[in-house]
Design a protein around this ligand. Structure first.
Ligand SMILES: CC(C)(COP(=O)(O)OP(=O)(O)OC[C@H]1O[C@@H](n2cnc3c(N)ncnc32)[C@H](O)[C@@H]1OP(=O)(O)O)[C@@H](O)C(=O)NCCC(=O)NCCS
Length: 149
């Protein structure tokens, strides 16, 4: 498991600037209240690439939630000038690898020491439902990236 220092966590998640870093949550209404069941986030990495990561609550996994968040975050990251994502995934994390490989079948993978796999994904390679995503996908312009004034 990858561990993050308090400083990194505070920098990345507590000060979202909506451009260089972004977090999205998925919520469901259970009973009379909303519960967070998924988080996706990206943060500026290097070379116009952002490092992306997800967590989906166990009882909501394998329903396509991470795949949906990945597609949405790509649209936002692209609008913010990024050209691709990077990620570091444990070798045995087949679910996460499947989510990335399904959308970016040409992603470059590299064993990065120990049990980790480093993945580089280009937005220009994105595939949705087996078809290449056009450079400006229908509805893409409808995404509202709300930024604080
Ligand atoms: C990895 C994770 C985010 C995936 O979220 P999710 O919402 O379940 O993902 P999706 O439902 O969009 O897709 C999962 C895919 O993996 C497949 N899958 C799930 N478990 C699998 C397994 N054990 N072996 C092979 N494939 C598997 C699913 O069938 C699905 O593929 P498909 O869309 O082709 O059918 C979620 O499992 C999770 O939160 N894991 C713990 C945290 C984590 O590892 N985060 C990654 C850090 S980068």
């Amino acid at each position: 498991m990858k561990l993050f220092s308090h400083e990194v966590v505070q920098k990345q998640w507590a000060s979202v600037d909506y451009r260089k870093n972004m977090s999205m949550i998925g919520q469901v209404r259970i009973g009379g209240h909303q519960e967070i069941i998924a988080i996706g986030s990206y943060a500026d990495d290097s070379d116009n690439r952002a490092e992306v990561a997800f967590v989906v609550r166990e009882d909501f996994q394998s329903m396509g939630i991470a795949s949906h968040l990945l597609a949405t975050m790509q649209r936002i990251a692209k609008e913010n000038g990024f050209t691709g994502f990077s990620a570091t995934v444990l070798r045995e994390n087949t679910a996460m690898l499947q989510v990335f490989k399904k959308r970016y079948p040409h992603a470059k993978t590299q064993v990065s020491g120990g049990n980790d796999i480093a993945i580089l994904m280009d937005f220009s390679d994105a595939v949705e439902y087996g078809h290449k995503v056009p450079s400006s996908a229908p509805g893409e312009d409808d995404v509202c990236v709300c930024t604080p004034k």
